[in-house]
Write a protein that binds this ligand. Structure first.
Ligand code: IVH
Length: 687
């Protein structure tokens, strides 16, 4: 047998044993023999590196070090799910589904909601090629080498060649691995992680994949995606994934009505604690893929699925103190510092995490709860990140040992005056230009992806630049030079893990920062307008303003009434814009940015208008087209005054039918008598 054949044979054998062991819990070979074969393979691969196969089990032991994970765009955005917390909300969801499907019969698949981190895994020509984190849903980090360490994830599958597809799933650290990891950390005098989810998230982001392999991460898969429509139901896809060797949790169940969904929820409320990892709810998904397409998506989540979150655990804690945080806008957030008498400074244990602080939102909330320092309060963690104080246990109150909470009148960060506008719940620090968190926050906002998109800078680097007195204001970014940046460094400690992190500006970092800043001068006006941080002017409002007013001078010169004539600009926004431009310092700030070369007019990005031939008409399309990509088709419709809608309804004027159209859209259009036109007919409408 030649080396290539032997390598291939060993790879196949080891993968088979691996699969049997981790997926079927069957050991067909002793650990010793397995290691022996693995060693043989390793040594052959070392001798003939070119012959190493992409699916080789030796990839799983790690060994690569990744300094910076590349950021990659998701082929299909990673959306989140809408949440429900009670039966009524579920029934409402079911009603919406029923209505959206116009009385067609439908089924649900219920799954557990695994509490880990979502992963996207891409396969090309049967081989696992890429593992990416969710990131912001549009872009994530490429953590392929770390994902390869998941033993239950097949590195090669028996799928037809030439077919690429993506698998979504939840990466997690089983409780057993989590406990081992924490006890190892404690033995080594390192800090332990607060919960398995944080530990999983930290582990997936480690630079050293060999260490990742030691941690023992796992993943459940729950979604199949590809350009072709391969499955007609979710159920089919789960069964096929299982047969291909993926780790599909067997806990899913098909339900034909919402009552059986509720029974599933009740069943798993208790039973889920017997599982090897954390779950925080269940996910209910429409089974038919065609029906999913009919219901479509909102901006954030599918209309065909929903998450039911199990009730948050509530625990008593002692309110030791109230501290005050200052945000980017100067808004003050009171924070409850919590403890349990027995835990002395260690917080309380809640739903598997250690909680030391909880948001109290604002002064009204403190009043509403009638809080006093020293009170016993109830704290709840709703699966979301920030815990809440829900009530005071008045029976435990002792007026002598508890003290009134006196809301501060000056800013805890800078000593500036606090003020509260009529009708607003929050107090604000008025020292806008001199309050450090406000300054840093404004810079962080400015570099945001939807603003100037300077991703070579981040919170830590900005803090460093601010602390060293190099960047005191957004405009200072445009005066940065190589010499000012090179060699700066800072050491920080991660609050949660206690790990030391060093930020140092070496040559490459400095170059990246300077390039990012230079590139930001080309960012379109709408992004600049969002970036300068006028209160209430979010990304969408900035876009509306930019396309309506075209440039900054028009906005600056517009009075309140004129501003109100712009689409979707209400009283609060118009008022805030007027106030912003009345302030001379803001005007100087904008002039400085203009001098730096930023875009303050929208010439290039005004949506092209070709005609008004489609005005008043609504369109939807299905399938693929000869002359247009989807986006170009939408642009064409809009450029000619038409509107693109998200689903087939009786109100739809035209369904444009391309090649390989979606069957459900066609059926629905036929049923509702919607006019269907071909791509050519659409072109003819435009003359
Ligand atoms: S399906 C369009 N199924 O929950 C979203 N998600 O808020 C499709 N999750 O980011 C997701 N268990 O990380 C789905 N059985 C399951 C899940 C699940 C956990 C996570 C996932 C997602 C988040 C949704």
């Amino acid at each position: 047998m030649n080396p290539a054949e032997r390598i291939s044979e060993l790879t196949e054998k080891l993968n088979y044993y691996n699969q049997r062991y981790y997926m079927d819990s069957v050991s067909e070979i002793s650990d010793q023999d397995f290691d022996l074969l693995l060693k043989q393979l390793e040594s052959l691969e070392n001798q003939y590196p070119d012959l190493k196969l992409p699916e080789s089990p030796t990839h799983r032991v790690g060994g690569t070090i990744t300094k910076n994970f590349a950021s990659v765009e998701h082929r299909y955005p990673m959306l989140s799910l809408a949440n429900t917390y009670n039966e009524q909300e579920l029934i409402d969801f079911d009603e919406r589904v029923k209505k959206g499907l116009n009385g067609e019969a439908y089924e649900y698949i219920c799954e557990l909601k695994f509490d880990g981190i979502s992963l996207s895994m891409t396969y090309e020509n049967s081989i696992f090629v890429r593992g990416v984190t969710r990131g912001d849903g549009v872009r994530g980090d490429d953590i392929t080498n770390n994902v390869k360490t998941i033993k239950t994830l097949p590195l090669k599958v028996a799928a037809p060649r030439g077919r690429s597809f993506e698998i979504r799933g939840e990466g997690f650290l089983p409780y057993s691995s989590f406990e081992k990891m924490n006890s190892d950390a404690e033995a080594a005098g390192e800090e332990s992680y607060a919960n398995a989810r944080n530990a999983a998230s930290g582990s997936f982001k480690l630079q050293d994949s060999a260490e990742v392999a030691r941690r023992g991460l796992d993943a459940y898969v729950y979604q199949f995606l590809s350009d072709e429509e391969i499955f007609t139901t979710h159920e089919e896809s789960l069964i096929a994934l299982k047969n291909l060797g993926f780790n599909v949790s067997p806990t899913w169940q098909k339900c034909t009505d919402i009552q059986s969904v509720i029974e599933y929820i009740k069943l798993w409320d208790e039973k889920r604690y017997s599982l090897p990892m954390a779950t925080d709810g269940i996910v209910i998904k429409l089974n038919s893929i065609a029906q999913r397409a009919e219901l479509g998506y909102t901006a954030k989540s599918p209309r065909w699925a929903i998450a039911y979150k199990y009730k948050a655990e509530s625990k008593p804690a002692i309110l030791k103190a109230v501290t005050y945080q200052v945000g980017r806008t100067g808004a003050i957030t009171p924070v409850a510092e919590l403890d349990n008498d027995k835990l002395n400074g260690k917080g309380i244990h809640l739903s598997g995490t250690t909680v030391k602080r909880a948001s109290l939102h604002n002064a009204n909330e403190i009043e509403r709860l009638d809080l006093r320092i020293g009170d016993t309060v109830f704290v709840e963690k709703g699966g979301e990140i920030i815990p809440k104080v829900t009530a005071v246990d008045v029976s435990k109150r002792d007026m002598l040992s508890t003290q009134e909470i006196v809301y501060p009148t000056t800013c805890p960060e800078c000593g500036g005056q606090l003020s509260r506008k009529e009708g607003e719940a929050n107090h604000y620090c008025t020292n806008e230009k001199g309050c450090p968190p406000q300054i840093r926050g404004r810079i962080e906002h400015f570099i945001h992806r939807k603003a100037m998109n300077i991703d070579s800078l981040g919170e830590g680097k900005i803090e460093l630049l601010y602390d060293k007195g190099i960047v005191n204001d957004i405009t200072d970014l445009y005066d940065l030079t190589y010499d000012k940046l090179f060699g700066l460094e800072k050491v920080t400690e991660d609050e949660l893990t206690g790990k030391i992190r060093k930020i140092g500006f070496k040559e490459k970092t400095v170059q990246n920062i300077l390039e990012g800043i230079e590139k930001s001068k080309q960012a379109p006006f709408k992004q600049v307008l969002f970036g300068i941080g006028i209160r209430y002017v979010g990304a969408t409002v900035a876009e509306k303003l930019a396309s309506f007013f075209k440039n900054i001078d028009n906005i600056k010169n517009a009075d309140y009434e004129t501003l109100r004539t712009a689409p979707e600009i209400g009283d609060k926004i118009a008022q805030s814009i007027v106030e912003y431009f009345q302030n001379e310092e803001n005007q100087i700030f904008i002039e400085r940015l203009r001098l730096a070369g930023l875009q303050f007019s929208a010439q290039d990005e005004v949506k092209e208008i070709e005609s008004d031939q489609l005005t008043g008409k609504t369109f939807l399309y299905t399938g693929t087209f000869v002359n247009f990509e989807r986006e170009a088709l939408e642009q064409k419709i809009e450029a000619n005054g038409g509107k693109v809608v998200s689903g087939v309804s009786g109100k739809l004027d035209f369904l444009i039918v391309g090649e390989k159209p979606g069957a459900s859209k066609i059926q629905k259009a036929q049923k509702l008598n919607v006019k269907m036109i071909s791509e050519e007919e659409f072109m003819a409408m435009l003359g």
